[in-house]
Write a protein that binds this ligand. Structure first.
Ligand code: FAD
Length: 578
């Protein structure tokens, strides 16, 4: 892309956003300084700057009343990593970090994944709708489009190796109103340009036959058969467990705080668990990737956060539709998101969403009544859905670059640093393809300091335990006959047994908290939100680990559910009174 000279860029930006703007060419990227009146103006200025052809936009514009967020350190302090060395350090245990860890495990490299949280997939990778997009929606020519289509092809065989469920229901973009089908030739042109794997025109009659509950104002649909679904947190955990089985080390509650750079290379990484060295560093830090880049003196991009809220409907609602469905309005054509719709989970829920709202807050998962109301319109796509079937809602935050594309590249300034940043949607769908390219970059850098060979014993398959409610009755009975704990149901909504909860705590990467068990087994994910199973899961964690039940947390240190045993508390209170 042609680079607009800084004087011309400054003139254009000041005309639109005010004279206080101070754009600068910072070693080839465009740095924005000054003050703008609102968050929206800051984002708009970033988008405008991204059109000037620089290598990234660093948006340091200040907005009155909005402060910079600080990276919160986990409470744990020890020297577990002090003085250690790894060939590769991956910062971030989301789907990108986990997929890369598994790819790198094919090679004779020592690899460490640092995750500041108590578990994998705590942030964006566990807060999305799990759709393996077909690749139609991404703008042609972008990295998002190319990685999406490649990733889509890779997920199905990968899920077989990982022993997790993958379904390919296909996606229907439904024409609303008589005139909207005129967009069909344009849609075909885009699908061709993105090399999407197949598409079909469905008439009104065909759509009604395939989806009898569809909105009556439908006028046929654009069908994309390659769209799939999986559980995003199960996928992230499975990738990580398989990487761990092949020798990758994971360090949870471990936050990268700073990096020492010497001679143009990252020489040291300082964390709350000690300082260590690594031959190559990969920045897969999600919404903090610009901060991590800055730690190495390589801040050539800023991320802005686009929050998305979703509704989760009851587990039986998936039976009322066979495909992923959306009914976009023509007004969405120029928007930065796909507009949302109804997605299916592999387990049988319908998800409605997501919304898309620019707002500050890298980890702000608050939801609002207005957003929930906005999502109600999606429920109308399927006439069998209603608000009474909504069992919960959640929000996730997309990490977006101002170019609105992925940043997947070796650093231009730091010789042993690789970035996987700006991984907004379709980052989940693209993850296996992104990981393959990142691994090639890492191996290339590592070859500069050691002979990198493929590992002789690489195990692509992950051992899995039975998921009871998915088994035919006869096989369930056999499992229960072998081990009676599979017959004791702990979570009634999701039909999860004691044996399955216990199995989730006996893996290579066990995490002893309620939410970790929920991500692995779905215990607590149903309509009652854990009202019945929470005490039982706490007991099982306690008996497996020897922990006091009161020491079992919901989501890591500081999120304890119990203060103590009731009788002891009463006695202590009485003693204090006397
Ligand atoms: C509402 C919503 C719906 C979406 N739907 C889809 C979809 O259907 N399909 C799709 O393909 N994509 C979807 N996406 C996008 C997808 O979820 C993301 O692209 C993907 O999860 C990004 O993964 P990641 O590993 O880059 O980031 P993350 O999952 O955020 O992982 C980054 C990790 O880095 C850790 N970290 C950060 N800083 C540090 C540090 N200093 N030290 C140690 N650890 C650190 C964080 O704690 C975090 O766990 C959706 C996103 C949202 C928000």
């Amino acid at each position: 892309m042609l680079v607009i000279p800084i004087a011309k860029a400054t003139k254009k930006l000041r005309e639109r956003f005010g004279a206080s703007l101070e754009p600068r060419d910072d070693r080839g990227s465009l740095l924005l300084e000054g003050t703008v009146p609102s968050w929206d103006a800051k984002i708009e200025a970033g988008w405008a700057a991204a059109r000037f052809g620089y290598h990234g936009v660093v948006n340091d514009l200040m907005v009155p009343g909005v402060c910079d967020e600080a990276l919160e350190q986990p409470p744990l302090r020890d020297g577990a990593l002090e003085g250690a060395y790894f060939d590769v350090a991956i910062v971030g245990g989301g789907v990108i970090g986990a997929a890369l860890a598994r790819e790198l495990a094919r090679w004779e490299l020592s690899v460490l994944v640092l995750e500041k949280e108590y578990d994998l997939a705590v942030h964006t990778s566990g807060r999305n709708d799990g759709m393996i997009h077909d690749g139609f929606a991404a703008s042609p020519g972008t990295k998002k489009a190319a990685y999406n289509v490649r990733g889509n092809r890779l997920w199905e065989p990968l899920c077989r190796e990982l022993g997790i469920e993958f379904k390919r229901p296909g996606s229907l973009v439904i024409f609303r109103g008589r005139t909207s089908a005129i967009a069909y030739p344009l849609m075909v042109a885009r699908a061709k340009e993105n090399a999407v794997d197949g598409w079909e025109y469905w008439s009104r009659a065909r759509l009604r036959a395939e989806e009898p509950n569809v909105h009556p104002d439908q006028h046929g649909a654009f069908f994309l058969p390659s769209a799939g679904v999986l559980s995003p947190y199960k996928a992230t955990i499975a990738l990580a467990e398989n990487a761990a089985a092949n020798g990758v080390r994971f360090s949870f509650d471990t936050c990268l705080l700073s990096m020492g750079v010497e001679g143009g290379r990252v020489a040291s990484l300082r964390t709350n668990r000690g300082e260590f060295r690594a031959g190559v560093v990969v920045n897969a830090a999600g919404n903090w990737a610009d901060v991590v880049a800055g730690m190495a003196g390589d801040r050539f991009f800023s991320l802005h956060q686009r929050c998305g809220t979703e509704l989760i409907l009851d587990i039986n609602t998936g039976a009322t539709q066979r495909h992923i469905m959306s009914m976009p309005s023509l007004l969405q054509v120029r928007s930065k998101t796909k507009g949302g719709g109804l997605v299916l989970t592999p387990e049988g829920n319908v998800l409605a969403g997501p919304t898309a709202r620019e707002r500050p807050g890298r980890e702000d998962y608050s939801t609002s009544a207005a957003e929930l109301r906005e999502l109600e319109r999606h429920l109308k796509i399927n006439t069998k859905l209603s608000l009474s079937q909504v069992i919960s809602y959640f929000a996730g935050v997309r990490p977006c670059s101002y170019e609105e594309d992925f940043i997947i590249e070796k650093s231009r300034r730091v010789a042993n640093l690789v970035h996987a940043a700006g991984i907004q949607s379709p980052g989940l769908a693209s993850a296996p393809a992104i990981a393959a390219d990142l691994a090639a970059m890492v191996v290339d850098i590592a070859a500069g300091f050691k002979a990198v060979r493929l590992r002789a014993r690489w195990m692509p398959h992950r051992g899995t335990k039975p998921e009871l409610r998915r088994l035919p009755l006869e096989e369930r009975a056999q499992a229960i006959a072998r081990d009676g704990s599979y017959g004791r149901i702990v979570c009634r909504c999701e039909e999860v047994s004691e044996g399955e909860v216990r199995d989730s705590l006996r893996t290579l990467l066990p995490v002893y908290s309620l939410d970790a068990v929920k991500r692995r087994t779905r215990a607590g994910m149903g309509r009652c939100h854990g009202a019945f199973c929470t005490p039982r899961v706490m007991e099982i964690i306690a008996s497996e680990t020897g922990m006091e039940p009161c020491a079992v947390s919901k989501k890591g240190p500081g999120s304890y559910l119990c203060a103590g045993k009731t009788k002891e508390h009463k006695a202590q209170a009485a003693e204090a009174r006397s």
